[in-house]
Design a protein around this ligand. Structure first.
Ligand SMILES: *[C@@H]1O[C@H](CO)[C@@H](O)[C@H](O)[C@H]1NC(C)=O
Ligand SMILES: *[C@@H]1O[C@H](CO)[C@@H](O)[C@H](O)[C@H]1NC(C)=O
Ligand SMILES: *[C@@H]1O[C@H](CO)[C@@H](O)[C@H](O)[C@H]1NC(C)=O
Ligand SMILES: *[C@@H]1O[C@H](CO)[C@@H](O)[C@H](O)[C@H]1NC(C)=O
Length: 446
């Protein structure tokens, strides 16, 4: 008797445990790993300088991409910075700096994707039938291996051509819903819309009919092959990831660029306790982007006299301060940046100047300098709510471009400021969409 009981109890336990891990928990918290893409790319560069060159190239391309997307949404040109010559860059447009991993289909297959705060659209490469996929060391989703994969018909309500990039049926007699993403450099991702079941990397089931673009013709994109096989759209609306998963709140922990450490992305999770003493900004979600209400910058405890209009929207809705983890270098409007930079140079007199590096124009040598990080002015961001300002770590203020040369990791941009991920790395960033709250809390253990 006892002999048969034990295995039965064991079985019950196994069933309970697997229920616990395979179903979305009560609160629906789902955790994803998050890595900086350079973790997958670093070995391809001969030295730190060439890695930084590629990083700055992606940052310029991203700036151009956000600008183009903004033009599609409005008649205004908030990101436009006249005199910027993009011809120098041959880096393709890409989805972002951080990658995550999902499981798709039944049985589940891993897909590695760039998390993009610049678009609501999600696509990844699919096979078989891919006429032009870029090669990648990461798994390409095999639709024929998934019993739950479904192509979306044009008659299906989810083939909504009002949504960005969804085209519907373009050829006569066709019934598969098509999508097409065109980038400024003429690189293109095209394919059909489909649905499948998705779960976290750890196997927590998320949704049955997750809608995504199944890419089968991708041209011009070659830089992100090491990092990912597609893009996860993270701005709210349309078929974006948080919208489809009905996640009203989520928290990123962004690892530092210069580590192989992993970070996390937690959906349906915003820890009030963690953010209770943190800097908090008010989120303003418009034209598919996250904006935050910003009020200024302090340097060595003194407010920099930048007129507040630079942080605000003008009467045409142009301007503001957006947050984008796919942008590396924080951009301020040119005049605001010039004031900021002049302050920095004046306060950092102990640091010998060095020539600029691409979009970074304020650089210095540190060779042989004792405790040089103490000479770097302390920078704080102020937000329009009464709470502690965001104190940047020296590693978030300057960037090593080679062994002995560092640069101020800020640049002149367009009318809209962009807070980039260099200034957010090593921090928790929590979004509470219903109450328009963004919490930023640097991880103290760093
Ligand atoms: C639309 O697609 C979803 C997901 O594949 C499916 O569950 C649903 O039945 C489809 N609806 C119609 C009207 O075909
Ligand atoms: C997903 O698809 C299945 C099978 O087609 C269907 O039974 C279910 O209702 C769909 N769920 C949603 C949320 O559309
Ligand atoms: C981190 O940055 C330094 C420059 O400060 C560079 O020399 C080093 O190779 C980087 N380490 C990694 C792991 O990328
Ligand atoms: C975050 O979202 C989850 C799921 O909707 C909810 O249970 C939780 O209370 C939310 N947390 C906060 C702090 O709003």
């Amino acid at each position: 008797m006892a002999k048969t009981l034990i295995p039965n109890i064991f079985l019950v336990l196994v069933v309970l445990i697997s229920l616990g891990t395979n179903a979305l928990s009560d609160k629906g918290v789902a955790r994803f790993p998050l890595y900086h893409r350079e973790k997958f790319m670093a070995s391809h560069f001969k030295d730190h300088h060439s890695l930084v060159k590629a990083r700055l190239g992606r940052d310029r391309a991203r700036f151009k991409l956000l600008h183009q997307r903004h033009l599609q949404h409005s008649n205004s040109a908030p990101f436009l910075r006249p005199n910027v010559d993009f011809k120098e860059t041959n880096v393709f447009e890409e989805g972002g700096e951080y990658v995550t991993v999902l499981k798709v289909g039944n049985p589940p297959q891993k897909v590695q994707l760039l998390v993009d705060m610049g678009t609501p659209f999600t696509w990844w490469q699919c096979q078989p039938g891919c006429t032009q996929c870029y090669s990648t060391p990461h798994h390409i989703f095999d639709t024929s291996m998934s019993s739950t994969y479904t192509q979306t018909d044009c008659s299906n309500g989810s083939c909504d051509v009002q949504q960005l990039y969804i085209q519907g049926c373009v050829r006569r007699g066709e019934h598969q819903c098509r999508f097409s993403v065109h980038y400024v450099d003429r690189s293109v991702s095209e394919g059909i819309m489909a649905t499948d079941t998705i779960s976290t990397d750890e196997g927590v089931h998320l949704r049955n009919n997750f809608s995504f673009g199944c890419g089968s013709r991708i041209t011009g994109i070659d830089m992100f092959n090491e990092a990912a096989t597609g893009i996860l759209g993270f701005v709210p609306g349309g078929y974006s990831f948080p919208t489809q998963l009905q996640a009203n709140n989520f928290t990123f922990f962004l690892p530092y660029y210069n580590t192989t450490d992993g970070g996390t992305l937690d959906l349906n999770y915003y820890d009030e306790f963690r953010f209770q003493h943190s800097s908090t900004a008010i989120l303003d979600i418009r034209t598919d982007r996250y904006y935050l209400l910003f009020s200024g910058i302090e340097m060595n405890e003194v407010a920099i006299p930048i007129p507040p209009e630079f942080w605000e929207f003008d009467s045409d809705g142009v301007g503001g301060v957006t947050i984008d983890t796919g942008t590396t270098i924080t951009k301020f409007p040119e005049k605001a940046y010039d004031i900021f930079k002049d302050y920095f140079i004046r306060k950092a007199q102990g640091l010998p100047r060095a020539p600029g590096e691409d979009q970074l124009d304020t650089c210095f040598y540190v060779k042989g300098l004792y405790a040089w990080t103490d000479l770097v002015p302390k920078v704080k961001f102020l937000f329009k709510v009464r709470n502690p300002p965001l104190k940047l770590d020296v590693r978030q203020v300057v960037m090593a471009v080679s062994d002995d040369k560092y640069c101020l990791a800020f640049a002149a941009g367009g009318r809209t400021s962009i807070i980039g991920s260099w200034q957010l790395q090593g921090s928790y960033i929590g979004f509470k969409l219903p109450s328009h709250v963004l919490g930023i809390q640097p991880r103290s253990s760093y």
